[in-house]
Design a protein around this ligand. Structure first.
Ligand SMILES: [Zn+2]
Length: 256
């Protein structure tokens, strides 16, 4: 675990440097401060960059030379889930939906459709609350389990794949994931569809980054995502890529 190594390294450096500077060169007091700043920066980057695998392993792409990519949709079931499912069906394209537990009540039929039409459902927490990352690991684990219960109630299956809300990781969440036995899924292409306004820019931003084994992050809460999806699928195919399901591409188990 990189987090543990960096922490031990910084503590050791401070333990060595503080006495040295205190007794030998008091003027160099800023050395320990520099180490502390470096440590905080590293931990912050580890929190916001899933692909650093800083606290826990995160699968952000598949290791393959085959021209395959996976589509993933976060924050469903949501306003455009049905429209997206229709487009995926017409194009015979599989996807992964990382759903929010509290959105499932009243939308069980949407989840059942995702499942029946060959997509997989992943866990994206129960509340997706703004303060989720401030919770203790017990509460985080309870959120993941609560989402699992809601998904199982709707489809009979309990998701094992988890995508952190806001793409943020921290030591408490890493502990909750480990205790719950979940597999963490990130992405290698962040579409920024939550901010995008220009369809053409969004399409070229995604297709310009295509690589074998890429995982594409999209949201079924966004109208623009539903609007570009048919063209996105077409352009991915035109570039010689096949769209496959994330669990199959990564060769991992999607459900408990
Ligand atoms: Zn989200």
């Amino acid at each position: 675990m990189k987090f543990r190594i960096v922490t031990i390294f910084c503590i050791m450096m401070l333990a060595l440097l503080i006495p040295v500077h205190y007794f030998v060169a008091p003027a160099l007091w800023w050395y320990p401060v520099a180490i502390a700043v470096m440590y905080v920066t590293m931990v912050f980057l580890g929190c916001v960059t899933l692909s650093m695998n800083f606290f826990i392993p995160v699968l952000c792409k598949a290791t393959t030379t085959e021209k395959v990519v996976a589509l993933t949709f976060d924050d469903g079931p949501n306003t455009y889930s049905t429209q997206i499912l229709d487009i995926l069906k017409v194009n015979n394209t599989p996807a992964a939906f990382f759903c929010i537990g509290k959105n499932i009540a009243g939308n069980e039929a949407v989840l059942q459709r995702m499942d029946k039409e060959g997509h997989i459902i992943g866990n994206h927490s129960y509340t997706h609350d703004f303060w989720f990352d401030m919770l203790g690991w017990h509460k985080m684990l309870a959120e993941l389990q609560q989402m699992g219960i809601a998904a199982k109630h709707a489809t009979g299956r309990q998701p094992l794949l988890f995508r952190p809300p806001y793409g943020v990781m921290n030591p408490n969440l890493a502990k909750a994931i480990k205790e719950g036995g979940y597999t963490t899924i990130g992405w290698s292409i962040r579409s920024f569809d939550t901010k995008a306004k220009d369809k053409e820019k969004l399409l070229s931003h995604i297709t310009g980054q295509l690589k074998p084994g890429a995982i594409i992050l999209l949201h079924d809460s966004r109208q623009i995502t539903a609007e570009i999806l048919p063209e996105l699928i077409k352009r991915i195919h035109d570039k010689g890529y096949k769209i496959v399901r994330a669990d199959k591409m990564l060769n991992i188990q999607a459900y408990a």
